[in-house]
Design a protein around this ligand. Structure first.
Ligand SMILES: Nc1ncnc2c1ncn2[C@@H]1O[C@H](COP(=O)(O)OP(=O)(O)OP(=O)(O)O)[C@@H](O)[C@H]1O
Ligand SMILES: [Mg+2]
Length: 299
C-alpha cells in the first residue's frame, strides 16, 4: 500500500528536551491513521513538522510522494487540510463568514464552501455566530475549513478533544466517510477509545518514541490475556504477595505467561487457597494501550 506520509528518524529537540525522537511514520493512503499518545508525548509537535509549521531538528519527511522542504511546502499545502490544537474560527463571525475567509485566502469556489459545510452538516447553522456554536459544531467548522480545498490528506490534531460521546460519534462517522472517499486522514488523540473505532492503523507514541505502528489486530498480538483466578477467599490469595487486583470472583493478574501461571497456581494451592477456576480473559484495547505506554519501552 502506498504511503501518503513517510518520515525517517524524524526528531525535534527543544533545548535539551527531545519531544520527538527518531520517528519512522508510515501513513498509508486512503484510510484513517490514529496517532495516539499520552499528553506531552509529541503528537502536536510531529503534526506541526508534517505541515512545515515547525522545523525538524533532524530527519526526513515525505508527504504525498515529495520530500517536504521549504520550497515544496508551498506546492504541497493546498493538498493538505489541517486542524491543529484549538478549533479555528472567529467567534464574532458566522460559520459562513469564517468559511468565506478561507474561500478568499485559498481562492475556492462557492460550491466548494457549500459542499464542505454540507459534509460536516453545518448548512442549517451556517448563519449563526460561531461563539454560539457548541464545541462539536466548532470542531466540525474547523474540519469544514480544512476540507474546503478538497485535500488529499487531512491532518487533525485531537478533533474529538472535549466532545461528549454523541459529538465523538459524529466526528468518527464523518472521518470514516471521508476516508471512504479516498482522503487519507491522520488524526491524533490521547484517548484510545475515541479513535479505536475509526482508525484502521494505529501509531502509538510515548515520550516522543513510536512504541507501536500497525493494525489493531497486530496490536492485540502483543497482548497477553489477563488471568482470573476464581476463589471464595480472594484476600488470602492476595496475601500471598502476588501482584494482582481483587475482582468480585477472585483475583486478576496481568501479563502472566504460561510458566508464571503454573507457578502462581502452585503457590496458591500450597498455601491452601481454594481455587475454583483459572481462566484467561482478553484485555481490552485500552489495557493493551496502557500497558504499552506505561511500560515505556518499544515493542
Ligand atoms: N515550543 C516548544 N518549546 C519547548 N517545548 C515544547 C514546545 N512545544 C512542545 N514542547 C514540549 O514537547 C513535548 C511534546 O509536546 P506536544 O505538544 O507535541 O505533545 P502532545 O502529544 O501533543 O501533547 P497533548 O496531548 O498534551 O496535546 C512536551 O514536553 C512539550 O512541553
Ligand atoms: Mg497536542
Amino acid at each position: 500500500m502506498s504511503a501518503v506520509i513517510t518520515t525517517h528518524a524524524l526528531t525535534k529537540t527543544f533545548k535539551t528536551h527531545t519531544a520527538v525522537d527518531a520517528l519512522d511514520l508510515h501513513v498509508p493512503q486512503g484510510l484513517v491513521y490514529g496517532f495516539l499518545g499520552p499528553n506531552g508525548s509529541g503528537k502536536s509537535t510531529t503534526m506541526k513538522m508534517l505541515l512545515g509549521l515547525t522545523q525538524p531538528t533532524s530527519g526526513d519527511i515525505e508527504v504525498l510522494g515529495q520530500p517536504l522542504t521549504r520550497a515544496s511546502r508551498t506546492e504541497l499545502l493546498p493538498s493538505i487540510g489541517s486542524l491543529i490544537e484549538a478549533p479555528p474560527g472567529y467567534g464574532h463571525l458566522t460559520g459562513r463568514e469564517n468559511m468565506r475567509i478561507v474561500q478568499d485566502m485559498l481562492d475556492l469556489s462557492t460550491a466548494q464552501i457549500d459542499h464542505a459545510l454540507a459534509t460536516v452538516r453545518l448548512t442549517e447553522q451556517q448563519h449563526k455566530l460561531v461563539r454560539n456554536y457548541s464545541l462539536g459544531m466548532k470542531q466540525r467548522l474547523g474540519i469544514a475549513m480544512a476540507l474546503a480545498r478538497d485535500p488529499a490528506l487531512l491532518i487533525l490534531d485531537e478533533p474529538t478533544n472535549g466532545l461528549d460521546p454523541a459529538g465523538i460519534e459524529e466526528i468518527r462517522t464523518l472521518l470514516i466517510d471521508l476516508a471512504g472517499r479516498g482522503i487519507t486522514i491522520m488524526v491524533s488523540s490521547h484517548l484510545l477509545d475515541e479513535i479505536d473505532k475509526m482508525a484502521s492503523v494505529l501509531g502509538i507514541l510515548s515520550s516522543g518514541k513510536m512504541l507501536f505502528q500497525g493494525t489493531r489486530d497486530q496490536l492485540f498480538e502483543h497482548s497477553v490475556p489477563d488471568l482470573v483466578i476464581e476463589t471464595p477467599d480472594p484476600q488470602a490469595a492476595h496475601a500471598q504477595g502476588i501482584n494482582a487486583t481483587l475482582v468480585p470472583e477472585g483475583i486478576r493478574l496481568s501479563g502472566i505467561d504460561k510458566d508464571q501461571t503454573a507457578k502462581v497456581v502452585y503457590q496458591l494451592a500450597v498455601a491452601g487457597v481454594p481455587i475454583h477456576e483459572v481462566r484467561r480473559v482478553p484485555q481490552s484495547l485500552e489495557d493493551v494501550f496502557m500497558d504499552l505506554t506505561g511500560r515505556g519501552g518499544p515493542l
